[in-house]
Design a binder for this molecule. Sequence first.
Ligand code: C2E
Ligand code: MG
Ligand code: MG
Length: 705
Amino acid sequence: MSEKSIRKLLLVEDNPGDARLLREMFNDQGSENVELTHVKSIGDAEKHLLDHAVDIIVLDLGLPDAQGVSAVRRTHAAAPHIPLVVLTGLDDEVMAAQALQEGAQDYLIKGEIDARSLLRSLRYAVERKNAEEALFVEKERALVTLNSIGDAVICTDISGNITYLNLVAEKMTGWPLQEAAGRPMAEVFRILDATSRETIPNPMEMAVGENRTAHLPPNCVLLRRDGSEIPIEDSVSPIHDREGQVTGAVIVFSDVSAARAMTLQMAHSAQHDFLTGLPNRMLFNDRVSQAIILAPRHAKKVAVLFLDLDGFKHINDSLGHAIGDKLLQSIASRLVHCVRGTDTVSRQGGDEFVVLLSEVEHPEDAAITARRMLQTVAEPHSIDPHDLHVTVSIGLSVFPDDGQDAETLIKNADTAMYQAKENGRQSYQFFKPAMNVRAVERQSIEESLRRALEREEFALHYQPKVNLRTGEITGAEALIRWTHPTRGSVSPAQFIPVAEDCGLIVPIGNWVLREACKQARAWLDAGLSLGTMAVNISAMEFRHENFLESVFAILGETGLDPKSLELELTESVLMKRAESAAAVLQTLKARGVQVAVDDFGTGYSSLSYLRKFPIDALKIDQSFVREITIVPDDTSIVTAIISMARSLKLRVVAEGVEKLEELEFLQAHQCEEAQGYYFSRPVLPEQFAKLLKTGTPVAAVYVPS
Ligand code: C2E
Ligand code: MG
Ligand code: MG
């Protein structure tokens, strides 16, 4: 600040002599460019200040309208930011001191003023006022900052007593600044370890003692004045004076409830299934591993139950995912009720649940739980507006017998579950090592199946269907045979399901159809009376989008009359997506292709349902034919099927006829056709041609009585 910056000076002085004296002093010092305004009272000064800017005010404390402190106050009120120097009498030092306290920057004693000291005093007054203003602004800014940040701030002196709390700190600790000031830090800022509940040494001591920034250990809570708690994170830094000496500390801390809740939430969702809230695969595996370690200590076993809902996909597809989701939630909560608190029910995704029974005495205990689960899941689930019925299949594995680690136990329980499905749904099945052998075998079948077509390892055998009144051959059923290069002959019952699973059934089925049509055409061309050629069509082939196209293409290619072709489909193939199945059958029928329902009686047989489909024949499954000799009376299923079929005007073919007894029963009940070893096994084409020429060698039965 230079003298030059004092341009406008306001002199408030009622004594004309004193005023003149001061003016002269300015002139003496060559400060003519200081514009001096002289007023004689506070009232005038106030008026002047209203519309004039000044750089400094020189105020006499003995004015007619105000004296001493009140003169200072009024001036200050009129011009709070303008530096003020007061003039006092020789014996008025007390008043001068009061003036300084009220905010004047300096005082001059009348009679002792000389020109030089006058100017110096004015200059210092301006400088001091500027510094004060700057400090004020700085302090104000710091305060505003401290109160507007989201963090809590507490300052202490060197002995750890509180000197400052910002608003957030007041709110978080529950201590207002006025009450906290001067108290030891440990009284206001009390921190505990959230888990051990032990008091944590105040980090301030470390900051001050070691003169470095310190942090609280993780997982701390602040114990508030009212006894409630807030999880916090903090850092503490020492405060230094100009010499670098520690004079106190500042603690900055924040409420991390939200962040900690978020972390917990994230940890939870990483380990739980979002839909049911059950532990997920990851957490489940951990729990199984834990149980495997703990169970042997109490001489206990561990059981893993693998559950898969039967036909869940159907519910999802037909009623929608929202209903499917609710059903899964309902099942989840029922399963949880079937186990103890120490057991774990998890969802592995989809409609699969895996359950850990952490301590079981005997495998039978796990079977009891499995049965309970079968039962409670099967009870209707009321999911508005539906009453849903669903069943579950369960596979069980037991530690240590069926596996030494979580992964193996779960895998083996899964394998056992598949077996349970095959045994008939809504059942449970313990794992057996042979199941794995089967799984491996399946894998190896799949690999060699992929090459079987190009290596020409397939052949067709033909089995005659016979008219039970005349004994004549009414047709052939083409049955595939696979000669594996090392295994030899593999039964279709073994490889057809594998081919279905891996999609190979489509090219294989096409090959069968083409081969059978070619053969039929060849026999017809040779003048043999074949009747129909029946070909088995599996579910996946039937649903394949090109199914009809390839059937008609092959018929065209081989030149076989569609009327000579009969397709054998199982009931379940027709029942699933009945609408589109019916449409496909209509198209076949329109071209003259015949359709038979194979293995009738083993599926969801509903004759009224079958009415919807344009079918020509029913093939009674072998298992019912076997029954004939066990219960040879009119109440057998076979008789029921025959009469139902007749009412629907369908041809009936009995499969697997092996004994004369069976044949006679069928004849007696007007079954039209039959097929079975009794007449002929499936044979090579040359042998079949012979049969066509000579008839089956059992004509004796048909001698009319
Ligand atoms: P399926 O269509 O019901 O065929 C009848 C099965 O019963 C044949 O078994 C046949 O050899 C057997 N069989 C016939 N008469 C008797 C008898 O008197 N006693 C006994 N115990 N069995 C008899 P195969 O050839 O092993 O075929 C099994 C199944 O594999 C077939 O059942 C059919 O579903 C399927 N299959 C066979 N060939 C094909 C094919 O080319 N394509 C498709 N998709 N499936 C086929
Ligand atoms: Mg068949
Ligand atoms: Mg059959």
